[in-house]
Design a protein around this ligand. Structure first.
Ligand SMILES: Cc1cc2nc3c(=O)[nH]c(=O)nc-3n(C[C@H](O)[C@H](O)[C@H](O)COP(=O)(O)OP(=O)(O)OC[C@H]3O[C@@H](n4cnc5c(N)ncnc54)[C@H](O)[C@@H]3O)c2cc1C
Ligand SMILES: *[C@@H]1O[C@H](CO)[C@@H](O)[C@H](O)[C@H]1NC(C)=O
Ligand SMILES: *[C@@H]1O[C@H](CO)[C@@H](O)[C@H](O)[C@H]1NC(C)=O
Length: 486
């Protein structure tokens, strides 16, 4: 059966040798796993193959030899050992929100974790076990926790996967209070490249536990994450947008917020963007309580808005109200700078970058340019007492997120170069602003553009991570998948 399929697919698509080998592994997986584990091929009228491959950005999608939906951890082990023996390229996809090409896509065997969808709350330990196939705001995670009055330190806008987000670090609305998502993990259920299924905790394997906190897909496939939970009431906030003429007032308000607001329940993401011919601001405000104390958001509320959807609501409703799918389906890329502070100088330079590159790239056919300002408190790296792979220093560098989207007909390299140039320029502005070390600051793996040197992602932690990797994955099976390969 597998051979027949391989033959017919080969003649259909004139597959390359590597892909032919992958098709063979697809057949082996089909035979070697339990019936609940599914293998889908490109000729799939029910749409399972296409659903498994789908990504937030088309630039990180690929046509694979087959897609596999493992149903349990033991089958994930079988799949990894078959892939490791045949040494074919593969991918692991959670929520499919990376924009970097090949990070969760492949021409080989595409593993979609969609069947890992349990959410199990344990009241005595105040933790919740969450399956690696889930998205924070789909019908399960936030929605399941809301009636219990608890929540996790998870994604801020709609559609983001639990797995990739958590394996990279995790900047949340609740990060000012509790740290990164990785600071709140108590256990990973991990399928090692050998096929062994283990529960990794600080007590069971401190080195591997450290390495998984930011280390991405280098150590195997995670099927479940156990996270601490925290109390959750209704929250206040939502999206407010401003037109170009309000940019100076918004810049002042953002600088004042970044300099003066120390209440850890308050957070904002002012995104300066450029669409078609115009800059503008999409600004999300968050307060972890039904009402915000006066003073914190007054400056923003006093600026005449274009649209406004700000109110007391559930955490889930706030997350789903942000326009995170506005550019879904186009090609796109992110990049980042690690800043010491969002000074007025920095904010003005970011606005200048948005307008400069927005105008230049629109002429080249770009669809959208956005610079997301993320003024977290400098204390966010002090919450986790245990070591973690990301970031490699506890110095308070906080991320700026650059995002460009473009039409599929245009060349990726052109936009990647522009992102790198803009990030480099803003790094120089920060240095001139007295922000020492910004040129060597950790760059968040979930925001950094493909090609970023590993030294900027894992820095002084790299050698320890590589030592862990040599034990867990001596034949470098995970090197057959894309990502930040250590
Ligand atoms: C609209 C949008 C909003 C975002 N908002 C935030 C935010 O608020 N805070 C933040 O920190 N980040 C944010 N991000 C970045 C986000 O954290 C990354 O895109 C992250 O990779 C998403 O995880 P995913 O599961 O959806 O991605 P995927 O593309 O599925 O996976 C990303 C990486 O994780 C690996 N991986 C996935 N599942 C597993 C697994 N089970 N085992 C081992 N490896 C696995 C993949 O192989 C891949 O290398 C946002 C991104 C987008 C597009
Ligand atoms: C922060 O608050 C102080 C005191 O009210 C004020 O003088 C200062 O201008 C504020 N900072 C910014 C950047 O607005
Ligand atoms: C605006 O940005 C461009 C591109 O980085 C840069 O060349 C220029 O010097 C900037 N202008 C100001 C006033 O910062």
């Amino acid at each position: 059966m597998a051979l027949l399929l391989a033959t017919s697919l080969a003649s259909l698509h004139l597959l390359a040798g590597a892909t032919l080998a992958a098709v063979d592994v697809c057949g082996q997986i089909n035979l070697g796993t339990s019936p609940a584990t599914k293998v889908y091929y490109p000729v799939d009228l029910l749409g399972n193959y296409a659903a498994d491959l789908s990504h937030w950005a088309s630039s990180s999608s690929d046509l694979s030899a087959c897609t596999v939906e493992p149903a349990n951890a033991a089958d994930v082990g079988t799949i990894l050992t078959l892939i490791g023996s045949a040494r074919v390229p593969f991918a692991v996809k959670g929520g499919g929100h990376t924009a970097n090409p090949g990070f969760s896509s492949t021409p080989g065997v595409h593993i979609s974790m969609t069947k890992f969808s349990d959410v199990v709350y344990d009241a005595p330990s105040q933790t919740v076990r969450i399956g690696a196939g889930l998205v924070w705001d789909d019908f399960k995670v936030y929605a399941a926790l809301d009636p219990l009055g608890v929540n996790v330190v998870g994604g801020r806008v709609s559609g983001v996967g639990v797995a990739g987000f958590t394996l990279g670090g995790g900047y949340s609305w609740k990060t000012n209070q509790y740290g990164l998502t990785v600071d709140t993990i108590t256990a990973y259920k991990l399928v090692k490249p050998s096929g062994a299924v283990v529960t990794v905790t600080q007590a069971s394997d401190p080195e591997l536990f450290f390495a998984l906190k930011g280390g991405g897909n280098n150590f195997g496939i995670v099927t479940d994450f156990t996270l601490k939970t925290f109390p959750q009431t209704q929250v206040w906030g939502g999206l407010i947008t401003y037109t170009a003429d309000k940019l100076p007032a918004v810049a002042n308000a953002v600088a004042a917020f970044a300099a003066n607001v120390t209440d850890p329940k308050a957070a904002i993401i002012p995104a300066v963007n450029f669409l078609a011919t115009q800059p503008g601001v999409s600004h999300i405000m968050f307060y972890d309580g039904p009402t915000a104390p006066s003073g914190i958001f007054d400056d923003f509320l006093a600026i005449p808005h274009f649209t406004k959807d700000v109110k007391t609501r559930s955490f889930l409703d706030l997350v789903q109200s942000a326009p995170s799918d506005a550019t879904s389906g186009t090609r796109g890329a992110f990049h980042t700078v690690g800043l010491r502070s969002y000074s007025k100088t920095m904010i003005d330079a970011i606005i200048n970058e948005t307008i400069y590159w927005g105008a230049a790239l629109t002429l080249a056919g770009a669809a959208f340019v956005s610079y997301d300002i993320e003024p977290f408190l400098p204390s966010i790296y002090t919450h986790g007492t245990l070591p973690k792979a990301f970031p490699f220093t506890a110095e308070p560098f906080i991320p700026l997120n650059l995002y460009y989207a473009w039409a599929p007909s245009l060349t990726d390299g052109f936009f990647h170069d522009a992102l790198r140039a803009s990030a480099a320029h803003l790094t120089q502005v920060a240095l001139a602003d007295g922000q020492t070390g910004v040129d060597t600051a950790p760059l968040y793996p979930n925001y950094a553009l493909i090609g970023t040197p590993l030294s900027r992602i894992y820095g002084s932690n790299l050698a320890t991570m590589q030592a862990v990797k040599a034990i867990v994955d001596p034949t470098n099976v995970m090197g057959l998948a894309g990502g930040w390969k250590i």
